[in-house]
Design a protein around this ligand. Structure first.
Ligand SMILES: Nc1ncnc2c1ncn2[C@@H]1O[C@H](COP(=O)(O)OP(=O)(O)O)[C@@H](O)[C@H]1O
Ligand SMILES: [Mg+2]
Length: 289
């Protein structure tokens, strides 16, 4: 490449960055079953529908993973990428509205035990993706297992999904505490899911905020709330994304409001970084483990 061409490329890269800095959002919850995967998958699809380039990485090995919510049956997953059986372009699949999915398979477990050639493969693959996305969502597993710390600790933004079930709040607080104290997460965007009413959703948030601000060095903001809505379950059963299967349902409307807030009010003091930094941190942590 000539110096001029290189200069031009750098300039274009800078301009693209100036337009849309990459946001890496780790989605966490206290216990499982609060609706984290459904919220993350539909938010990612809505952000894509709004015209952004979105990647969702499935780091949840639970049953209803992202591919099921999207109604996809991917041929390859992260494990194939790491073993060299598939290229990143074979592994990423198209979800609704152009959102791209990196399916988990058993790859998430493998992520914490990479040999050097796998590390190189992953870094090379993801390095090439950095400029291709505006948003990366990470659906981390439930609770505070290693995978969750691994993913959320490396992301720039933590989005916490809680539900009004009595144990959800205690579990959510435990998750916030560990993410804050062990993974250095200082800001949490909270979505209260499966709430019977807005008043209850706000009350849940206020209680979480009260303990967090009293005992932890963490800020918290209510990004929105999603009502309990049978259509969420119906969409999963129909293997169609909720936002497409039931576009006017209460849950879809609420998710749209969450996306509005997410897009128009990025969290304060956004970290610098992006995908490369994320993966470098992941690899550093996996080496340290
Ligand atoms: N807003 C909601 N209203 C009703 N049911 C919901 C809602 N969100 C999620 N669910 C249901 O809760 C169950 C768990 O959802 P899921 O997204 O898999 O949770 P998680 O990822 O937290 O384990 C699913 O059966 C899903 O259909
Ligand atoms: Mg899940």
């Amino acid at each position: 490449m000539t110096d001029q061409a290189r200069g031009l490329r750098e300039l274009m890269k800078e301009q693209r960055k100036a337009k849309a800095p990459l946001r890496v959002i780790g989605v966490a919850s206290g216990k499982g079953g609060v609706g984290k995967t459904n919220v993350a998958s539909n938010l990612a699809a809505l952000v894509a529908r709004a015209g952004h380039r979105v990647l969702i990485i499935d780091g949840d090995l639970g049953l209803a993973n992202v591919e099921i919510v999207y109604g996809l049956k991917p041929r390859f997953h992260l494990g194939h990428l790491l073993s060299g059986e598939a290229d990143i372009k074979d592994v990423l699949v198209d979800g609704p509205h152009g959102v791209r999915l990196l399916p988990a398979g058993n790859g998430v477990q493998a992520l914490s035990r990479l040999d050097e050639s796998q590390q190189l493969r992953l870094l090379t693959a993801l390095d090439a993706l950095e400029d291709e996305f505006d948003f990366v969502f990470l659906d981390a597993g439930a609770g505070i297992g290693d995978n969750v710390l691994f993913f959320i600790g490396a992301a720039q933004e933590a989005l916490l999904v809680v539900s009004p079930e009595p144990t959800s709040l205690t579990d959510a607080y435990a998750t916030v505490k560990v993410l804050c104290q062990s993974a250095g997460v200082r800001h949490f965007d909270v979505v209260v899911n499966q709430a019977p009413s807005e008043a209850i959703a706000r009350d849940i948030f206020d209680r979480l905020l009260a303990v967090a601000s009293r005992f932890l060095d963490a800020r918290m903001r209510m990004l929105g709330w999603v009502p309990r809505d049978e259509n969420v379950h119906r969409a999963v059963m129909a293997q169609r994304p909720l936002i497409d299967a039931f576009p006017t349902s209460p849950a879809t409307r609420a998710l749209n409001a969450v996306v509005d807030n997410l897009l128009h009010e990025p969290p304060p003091a956004q970290l610098d970084g992006g995908l490369k930094l994320l993966w470098n941190r992941l690899l550093r942590d996996s080496k340290a483990a």
